[in-house]
Design a protein around this ligand. Structure first.
Ligand code: COA
Length: 300
């Protein structure tokens, strides 16, 4: 009840399938990186639309009030689970890798395709392109879509590319995933992202939307800045997309031009993935996005 868990979704390991405290704790742990579903009894109201974080924040009508007293509260529920999983995540030796991507061509294409997607009832974002490029890269470097067991003795190469995205919602941070990106079109991925965002904003994602991720690619750049991502075990790679910015750039002829540049970083489990593999994967991901014609060639 404390964490609004539906017992029907928990697999019991006790006698006759009875649910033990341990089962609840395991379930909570699996949800880490995602907020717990709200209590079914709780009234669900969509959060009010947020101002765009990339612009200068609009002053709120009342200035924030400072308090004179300290406040202590227990770390529980989702936060408690996050403490556990993030502490476990940091036992994984992280290999960090950064690069920048020129998205000038993608931004142009996105502008062109937006009205068509809108006419089909879908808001087109950059995310389906990032996810599809990642999936094409994962086909070449399947170790990045693997999982390892707790003592790192077995590696399982996952057949499905279930790519996780973090969503900043009124209920907190939710990580859900788009299943089988390897067989989806850009439009299908976008449709699924729209569905997940819609359900996430009202706290109605199902357990299957939240579990089963094999690779994670959060877009912190839609809020601003760039990030150093943390791996979510048993996954072995997490990326972090930075903000796309119009910047002065030199083209191949050495002439100054305006380009849409995004910083990108990856964290990989260095016990099983070496830096060169991450770099090659990242180069592949980047070239699909910088020269979209190549993505067309490899799309199924
Ligand atoms: N750089 C610059 N602008 C970006 C961007 C980026 N990396 N990503 C998205 N945008 C823009 C979009 O183009 C859109 O602009 P528009 O309204 O003019 O069309 C705007 O930001 C909002 O994007 P959004 O509609 O939210 O769609 P999205 O599919 O790009 O992003 C989410 C979806 C769920 C990833 C995003 O809403 C979100 O929650 N991001 C935060 C994730 C987070 O908290 N990460 C932390 C991980 S620990």
């Amino acid at each position: 009840m404390e964490n609004s868990i539906k017992l029907s979704e928990v697999i019991g390991s006790g006698k006759d399938g009875g649910i033990l405290k341990e089962d609840i704790l395991n379930y909570l742990e699996k949800l880490t990186g995602a907020t717990l579903p709200p209590s079914p009894k709780a009234e669900i109201t969509p959060p009010p639309p947020k101002p765009k974080d990339r612009t200068i924040p609009i002053p709120i009508s009342q200035p924030p009030v400072s308090t004179s007293k300290d406040r202590t509260e227990p770390v529980k529920g989702f936060h408690g689970a996050m403490v556990k999983t993030m502490s476990a995540a940091l036992k994984t030796p992280h290999f960090g890798y950064c690069d920048e991507v020129d998205l000038t061509e993608l931004v142009k294409l996105w502008e062109e395709l937006k009205p068509t997607a809108f006419a089909r009832g879908i808001k087109l974002s950059f995310m389906p392109f990032f996810l599809k490029a990642a999936s094409l890269g994962l086909l070449q470097f399947p170790i990045l879509n693997a999982s390892v067991d707790e003592n790192c003795q077995n590696i399982t190469y996952k057949a499905s590319h279930n790519i996780g995205i973090a969503m900043d919602t009124g209920q907190g941070l939710i990580v859900s995933n788009v299943k089988n990106v390897q067989i989806c079109s850009i439009f299908e991925i976008d449709t699924e992202l729209n569905r997940l965002q819609k359900l996430g904003s009202v706290g109605q994602l199902s357990t299957s939307d939240l579990l089963g991720g094999t690779f994670t690619l959060p877009n912190i750049g839609s809020i601003g800045g760039a990030a150093k991502p943390v791996i979510l075990p048993p996954e072995v790679v997490t990326g972090a997309l930075g903000t796309i910015k119009a910047l002065p750039h030199l083209n191949e002829k050495g002439e100054g031009c305006k380009a849409q540049i995004m910083n990108m970083s990856w964290s990989a489990d260095h016990r099983i993935i070496d830096g060169a593999t991450v770099s090659r994967f990242s180069n592949s991901w980047k070239s699909y996005l910088e020269a979209l014609a190549f993505m067309l060639l490899d799309l199924k």
